[in-house]
Design a protein around this ligand. Structure first.
Ligand SMILES: *[C@@H]1O[C@H](CO)[C@@H](O)[C@H](O)[C@H]1NC(C)=O
Ligand SMILES: *[C@@H]1O[C@H](CO)[C@@H](O)[C@H](O)[C@H]1NC(C)=O
Length: 178
């Protein structure tokens, strides 16, 4: 029983630190569009490249296979139009066809910002992207720069998807607390 008292004191100290941190929490909402280009066109290079192919063709999807892996470096823009809209950053990472029924990806990206007061700061996102759902929620695992120590989540909505060439524009809302 002799070590009970120090443990209680440690818990109280940790509680106090948590309370102080709560008082200084700031929440940021960022909103932008992510351009995932699998098929290039003039003036719009591919930003998502297939680096590994799943072994088994799918009976439900002629294009995608369980196990497909894409590496991405997708531009992030203020508005939905890639050419006329201001670039605010890039989403660099990968996605995997991690569902055998091909209805969800594992998305793992660092979103690095290149404009305004967030220039040079980044957030790291990893989670399940159930691509046919209207809204997908993925956790923000952390951040750097002004987002150091951040936590939160993002919401992804499909703004447009071209089924014949695989190109997608995604609407992204980021909610982060630091
Ligand atoms: C962002 O920061 C980099 C490096 O400090 C700088 O070269 C660049 O001009 C900045 N961009 C904007 C839009 O402020
Ligand atoms: C969809 O992709 C096809 C094939 O690349 C292309 O011909 C067509 O113009 C695209 N549709 C839109 C709306 O961009």
């Amino acid at each position: 029983m002799a070590n009970v008292k120090p443990t209680v004191q440690l818990l109280l100290a940790l509680t106090a630190i948590t309370a102080i941190a709560h008082g200084e929490t700031t929440t940021t909402h960022l909103h932008f569009y992510m351009h995932d280009t699998q098929t290039p066109s003039p003036g719009s290079p591919a930003t998502a490249v297939l680096v590994a192919r799943g072994p088994t063709p799918s009976p439900v999807d002629p294009t995608n296979r369980f196990g497909d892996a894409y590496v991405i470096d997708d531009p992030l823009t203020e508005g939905p139009d890639l050419t006329s809209s201001r670039t605010v950053g890039r989403a660099q990472g990968f996605y995997l066809a991690a569902s055998q029924s091909l209805d969800a990806l594992l998305l793992s990206v660092n979103m690095v910002f290149t404009a305004g007061r967030h220039n040079g700061s980044s957030v790291t996102v990893m989670g399940r992207d159930a691509i046919f759902n209207e809204v997908r929620e993925l956790p923000v695992l952390g951040g750097t720069g002004v987002f150091r120590g951040a936590g939160g989540y993002i919401q992804i909505r499909t703004h447009s998807f071209n089924i014949s060439n695989g190109n997608a524009v995604l609407k992204v809302d980021v909610f982060i607390s630091v």
